[in-house]
Design a protein around this ligand. Structure first.
Ligand SMILES: Nc1ncnc2c1ncn2[C@@H]1O[C@H](COP(=O)(O)OP(=O)(O)OP(=O)(O)O)[C@@H](O)[C@H]1O
Ligand SMILES: [Mg+2]
Length: 434
């Protein structure tokens, strides 16, 4: 937000819009962490208490934060860490190790990263360790204070926790949980995952060492609250430099959220995903339509933004196809209609296409078999069609069973927008039986 502290001043529209864009963009894009995370106060308190026990009393602990994508796991953890570091003890001695299952794809890489983040590369030097456990114990030993009476608390954060369960023998998880359980050193292991069944992935010996503490972030948001949230996210703060503009903007946002067409769009979004991430993405698209010449948000902007959000990538791919490829897709659609989504092969598609051609007198669509084959392969490359069983490499290509990866309405919608689609092809697509 701007540092300017002009109260009750009147700014030109251009400046107001720049200010609106910067305030709202920061809110929607920058992954800010709210001072008090709404709705998840209980989880926040729980995690904070748990980590405080490690930092202040040297108790080891392990916990999993389980929630769907974009529900706010990372946000919760960051808020808790921020509040934890307010403690003098934590600020002075807490060490953090951040690992991510997408980056540290095996335990050797993870161990290297742990050493790096603890700044122990020099201490380890060229030492060779017999086992992973030995190496980890050495690292934790190296963190002991001068008098060897106590170790510094270490917080291990494992983002995408479920991916660590695929590492060989789950060595890292086993050792971390083992240290946490046997109180060799004060460590807290916090795993973040979106897999509700994460415990099923753990080996027995790993599972038995885990504390079985889980923090769930399951949303109970109602549609009314969702609309309210949209309104809050789009509203300007009280201290907006141009007070009058700020008030008018907020009033227009209130009206906008009450509009029936906006409500319909929001309901569709609410039904697909209620999280902040997808809501922010939608609001960002709305915001990009605000300009000096149009300094308000209108229902049409929300509608357009929503269209972009729901734009169908596969449907759009159809616009880049040749007429022949499009015809093959239509033939497949007809086969799907007739045989109720049973798989098909190129020969069947070609026959279906021939039936269409027989009804025509001109020879514009008469293609040789190799050309059709090539078009079919292209559709497979684009993953618009997929082999039912990829292991049947010995079967001749023409007879390999395939499935269409598009549904009826995707094809019909894409055809409507296809540039210069021949009318007869369109009609063929519409006809119930070819
Ligand atoms: N209570 C909240 N208040 C404001 N913003 C929030 C809140 N919860 C989540 N967000 C926002 O939603 C977005 C997604 O949150 P976050 O990255 O924490 O999700 P996540 O659960 O870690 O997702 P992933 O599984 O993909 O890692 C972030 O931009 C975050 O700022
Ligand atoms: Mg995250």
């Amino acid at each position: 937000m701007s540092k300017r502290k002009v109260k009750d001043s009147h700014l030109p529209v251009g400046e107001c819009i720049t200010e609106v864009q910067s305030i709202l963009r920061e809110r929607l894009c920058c992954n800010l962490h709210p001072d008090k995370p709404e709705e998840i106060e209980a989880q926040h308190k729980h995690l904070l208490e748990l980590l405080k026990r490690t930092v202040i009393h040297g108790e080891s602990n392990s916990v999993l934060i389980v929630a769907p994508r974009g529900a706010g796991k990372t946000m919760l953890l960051k808020c808790v860490l921020r509040d934890l570091l307010q403690e003098k003890e934590a600020e002075k001695s807490l060490l953090q190790v951040h690992l991510n299952g997408l980056l540290q794809t095996d335990d050797r890489i993870a161990l290297k990263e742990i050493t790096r983040q603890l700044h122990l590369e020099n201490v380890v030097g060229d030492k060779v360790f017999g086992s992973f456990a030995e190496n980890l114990a050495f690292l934790l030993e190296a963190l002991k204070k001068g008098d060897r009476s106590s170790s510094r608390p270490v917080l291990f954060i494992l983002d995408e926790f479920d991916l660590f369960a695929h590492h060989k023998n789950q060595t890292l998880l086993y050792n971390l949980f083992d240290v946490a359980q046997s109180a060799q050193a004060p460590i807290a292991v916090v795993g973040l995952t979106c897999r509700l069944d994460v415990l099923e992935l753990l080996e027995k010996r790993v599972k038995s060492r885990f504390s079985h503490r889980q923090i769930h972030l399951l949303s109970t948001l109602t549609f009314c609250q969702y609309v309210q949230r949209v309104q809050t996210q789009l509203s300007l703060p009280e201290n907006f430099p141009d007070k009058k503009f700020g008030q008018e903007w907020n009033k227009s946002i209130t009206t906008l959220c009450k509009d029936a067409s906006v409500e319909e769009v929001l309901r569709r979004h609410f039904n697909t995903s209620k999280d902040f991430r997808s809501m922010h993405a939608l609001l960002m698209l709305c915001l990009s339509r605000v300009s000096v010449s149009k300094p308000v948000l209108k229902p049409a902007d929300v509608l357009e933004a929503s269209k972009l959000r729901f734009a169908d990538a596969k449907g759009n791919m159809l616009h880049g196809l040749s007429i022949l490829e499009l015809c093959l897709i239509i033939a497949m659609k007809h086969l799907n209609d007739v045989y109720e989504d049973e798989p098909f092969n190129l020969q069947m598609v070609h026959n279906e296409f021939k039936k269409f051609l027989q009804r025509k007198s001109n020879s514009m669509y008469n293609f040789e078999q190799p050309v059709i084959m090539k078009a079919f392969e292209h559709l497979q490359q684009l993953e618009l069609i997929r082999p039912v069983d990829s292991s049947t490499a010995k079967i001749q290509k023409e007879y390999q069973l395939m499935r269409l990866m598009l549904n009826h309405s995707q094809i019909m919608e894409a055809l409507q927008k296809y540039p210069q689609c021949p009318t007869d092809v369109k009609q063929w697509a519409k006809s119930a039986f070819a």
